[in-house]
Design a protein around this ligand. Structure first.
Ligand SMILES: [Zn+2]
Length: 143
């Protein structure tokens, strides 16, 4: 695939929330996982259940079920917070920011896709290097 070109894959944030979301464990501060309605931590065996997502907290650096801080979040570009639910989300943002040519989606409602909703500071050319560096630092915390 041509890395310089990015075509919006039409993925929405809610689609990404169907995969395990990485959060900071509220008990031991290690990496825990949220699947819809359930938080589990391998580090301390914590299990919490909450069946409904909180729709008021979508598009922020906390998980939509338990409101726990995301594992993948970092200060970036002077007071902003870069965040992702999991590695796939991070990869998607990275490919978009790194691409020189970004193509808008042509779906029914392209304005609602994840990459269409990225904040302007994150997609600004002057922030590209810092955003990509921060993404690389976050990815390093996953290994
Ligand atoms: Zn824990």
């Amino acid at each position: 695939m041509d890395a310089a070109r990015f075509r919006d894959p039409q993925i929405r944030l809610r689609d990404l929330a169907d995969e395990p979301i990485l959060v900071v464990c509220p008990r031991c501060s290690r990496r825990a996982t949220v699947i819809p309605g359930r938080l589990t931590c391998a580090g301390c065996a914590l299990v919490r259940v909450r069946p409904r997502a909180d729709h008021s907290v979508w598009n922020g650096p906390i998980d939509p079920f338990f409101r726990e801080p995301l594992w993948l979040r970092a200060d970036c570009c002077g007071g902003h917070t870069l965040w992702a639910f999991h590695a796939r989300h991070l990869d998607l943002v990275e490919r978009f920011v790194a691409a020189k040519l970004r193509e808008r989606g042509l779906g029914d409602d392209p304005g609602l896709t994840l990459v269409a909703r990225l904040p302007a500071w994150m997609t600004a050319a002057k922030h590209r290097d810092e955003v990509l560096r921060t993404i690389a630092e976050l990815r390093a915390t996953l290994s």
